[in-house]
Design a protein around this ligand. Structure first.
Ligand code: K7E
Ligand code: CUA
Length: 695
């Protein structure tokens, strides 16, 4: 149900020559929450009266700026006056930037980026601090200083976002990161020990027991070598189940395991929920097992990969898999437990179902009953039924087994319906009105269509039918609706995450931004207008999730002065005011420093070239937004010291000279005075400029 909340009605009939009725649609679930009620109250108090004089003013602005009535409506639906807060927060993949973006909805304002896989100076991540986390993501001895972030996943409790943690996957390097939403900082990176790259990270099970990382490009597992000619014998796909420990806020690799899979290119995954809880659905493409190498005699890869009419949906019983793992049913590969696919099939952990044709997204409906698979090369989405899948598994309705002996369920036994939507369907989200929304990459459109089953009574249309398509600009990849992949989506807002922007913005050279478009999905039926364009000029985002803002409770200052964000507890090395000092032990020097507006103490320290230096710097601040930076030019050091934070850094004083250090955040009127000198005495005595040597 949707509540229509008329805030005011205004008529431009006389001035614009158009009868325009402004009615605001607020999604029911959002309207229920208290913040929203409070805001509505305020709006009622300040009820706007559009007098003829005001209408004339609006008319003038609209005429001067060439705006239509729809534009005014869109502006009113998205504009937030200064100081008002957004209803929803999007956590978006930052694509190549290796970061995560926080964006407010409906204003579409970028609130911050969260540094994850890439060093980021403003947050002081990887320039003296944060190295420990970045180094966890090294590939053996090699540093990896970027990530291709694809899929973020908020932690869930009972299939609802709980606002505690965010996980984000790096496709390029098969890594997964954990962000603590209390301070929005990256706490952990795990590198998959089996594969170089992946795609399916990260999807969580409904209580965040596991984070699911599906593979992508098959290789010999564990970074082993095998010639491509032995593809079928030695190359394998995989899915990894990372165990999450909510208490420590970390992934526990010692309780994690993987399943070996056939060398199909596993793609996106989704965890079952409610009735399908316990299952994981994992797509694949290129089950033809063709390999790249066109120039040296192999078939054309794209064509070879699309020969068959169907690929395979992997259906994995993760609860059973966890039992088999606990009972010792895995073998070690590169030090990591892997359940062989034969074992998985024998134990009833793994089976397949045919899916047409080069599929991409798989998305379980909020009630858990339907599994929607979108195939890039098929204008339909294919909907599977959890009931039918469970029944077919129980009654062994297998049509065949694949080349690796994995049983394949009979397609007709598990398929519920196919719905024709248009060209290039990719990803699907849900709302609170019984609609599904699928991105159509080639059509550049968002398709709204009706679900059946228990959803049939929620919408006025026939079930399993396309209702409408809204064109978007352009070539949409993912889309994200308000809480749109949880057990209770909100509806109201949807964001199209478009890959191309073409003519939408001032050209930024040949490299153009991506385009996020806010779509109004509050009204049922065929009305679904685009409200707002937001350029993303920092990378190509893939998936995102949109959470109710009032589910997040971030700290605005750290809970105590001397807080260590890595341990989320007071740091034993934190420095108290008045206890600043420099301690020398041979060539090891430890600096205990405090930072408070507008002073570092000590503000001068002397080193000998070659000293090994440790600095503990503690911000004494407890006021909102009183952040200090700490940089040492020439030493590649820059920290962000948020209120109360204590940071530790190590470096070698390998260059002699006089190095000013200063605060890099404009923290007070005397910010420029927040500085000091690090003086590094050369190990060779410097050439003295004497009177005699002067010219
Ligand atoms: Cu379609 Cu990585 Cu989810 Cu890109 S993926 S769009
Ligand atoms: Cu502290 Cu500027």
């Amino acid at each position: 149900m949707r509540h229509r909340v008329p805030i005011f009605t205004l008529s431009f009939a006389m001035t614009l020559g158009v009868g325009a009725s402004f009615v605001f649609d607020v999604p029911a679930a959002a309207a229920q929450d208290t913040t929203k009620k409070k805001r509505r109250k305020e709006a009622e108090i300040a009820a706007v009266e559009i007098t003829p004089a005001v209408a004339a003013d609006l008319q003038k602005v609209a005429t001067e700026r060439g705006l239509r009535v729809e534009d005014l409506t869109a502006a009113l639906k998205t504009y937030l006056p200064s100081g008002k807060l957004d209803d929803y927060i999007i956590f978006s993949s930052g694509g190549h930037s290796g970061q995560v973006f926080m964006i407010g909805v409906p204003s579409m304002r970028l609130l911050r980026s969260i540094a994850v896989f890439t060093p980021e100076p403003w947050q002081g991540y990887g320039y003296g601090a944060g190295q420990e986390v970045l180094e966890q993501g090294n590939f053996g001895e090699s540093e990896v200083l970027w990530g291709d972030t694809h899929h973020p996943a908020l932690s869930e409790t009972g299939g609802e976002y709980d606002g505690q943690f965010l996980f984000i996957g790096d496709k390029a390097n098969a890594r997964l990161a954990v962000i603590d939403l209390r301070d929005m900082e990256t706490k952990q990176i795990v590198k998959n020990p089996l594969t170089v790259s992946d795609h399916g990270a990260s999807f969580v099970t409904p209580d965040t027991d596991y984070i699911v990382e599906g593979g992508q490009y098959s290789t010999p597992l564990g970074f082993a070598y095998s010639t491509v000619e032995d593809y079928e014998a030695n190359y394998r796909g995989m899915v990894t189940l990372w165990k999450f420990d909510r208490k420590t806020g970390r992934i526990d690799p010692s309780k994690s395991f993987a399943l070996e899979l056939p060398p199909y290119f596993q793609d996106l995954a989704d965890a079952g929920k409610k009735v399908s809880d316990g299952l994981i659905f994992l797509n694949s493409f290129c089950v033809e097992s063709v390999t790249p190498g066109f120039d040296i005699g192999a078939v054309n890869f794209e064509a070879g990969c699309s020969q068959r009419d169907t690929d395979y949906l992997h259906i994995i019983d993760w609860k059973k898999a966890a039992q088999v793992f606990a009972a010792g049913g895995c073998e070690m590969v590169n030090g990591f437990p892997v359940m062989k696919m034969k074992k998985a099939a024998e134990e009833g952990v793994l089976c397949l179902a045919p899916e047409p044709k080069s599929p991409h997204g798989v998305d379980v409906t909020p009630n858990g009953e339907f599994i929607v698979v979108a195939g890039k090369l098929d204008p339909h989405v294919t909907v599977y039924s959890n009931t039918k899948i469970r029944d077919a598994i129980a009654k062994k309705k297998f049509s065949s087994s694949d080349a690796y002996g994995i049983p394949v369920l009979d397609f007709d036994a598990v398929m519920e319906v196919q719905v024709e939507l248009g060209l290039g369907p990719l990803h699907t989200q849900y709302d609170n009105q019984g609609y599904a929304y699928t991105s159509l990459f080639l059509d550049s459109a968002v398709a709204r269509w009706t679900l059946g089953g228990e959803y049939a009574s929620k919408h006025p249309e026939e079930p399993w039918k396309l209702v409408t398509k809204t064109p978007v600009q352009y070539n949409i990849g993912h889309l994200v609706a308000a809480e749109g992949d949880t057990v209770s989506p909100d509806g109201g807002y949807l964001v199209a995450m478009n890959k191309w922007s073409l003519d939408r913005f001032f050209p930024t050279g040949p490299l153009l931004p991506q385009n996020f478009q806010l779509v109004d999905i509050a009204k049922s039926g065929t009305t679904m207008p685009v409200l707002y364009d937001m350029p993303i000029g920092v990378g190509e985002p893939h998936y995102a999730q949109m959470i109710k803002a009032d589910k997040l409770h971030p700290w605005t200052v750290y809970p105590a002065v001397g807080w260590n964000p890595q341990t989320q507890s007071p740091d034993p090395n934190a420095v108290k005011l008045g206890e600043e000092k420099v301690v020398r032990d041979g060539h090891n020097v430890t600096v205990y420093m405090t930072a408070v507006r507008s002073h570092f103490a000590p503000d001068r320290f002397e080193l000998n070239e070659g000293d090994s230096v440790t600095m503990h710097i503690t911000s004494q601040e407890q006021s909102l937004d009183a952040t200090h930076g700490f940089c040492i030019g020439g030493y590649n050091i820059n920290l962000s010291l948020e209120p109360g934070e204590s940071a530790t850094l190590h470096f070698k004083a390998d260059k002699s000279g006089v190095y000013p250090f200063y605060c890099t955040e404009f923290c007070s009127a005397l910010h420029l005075e927040m500085l000091g000198y690090m003086v590094v005495k050369p190990s060779e005595p410097a050439v003295k400029v004497t009177e005699a040597s002067k010219p």
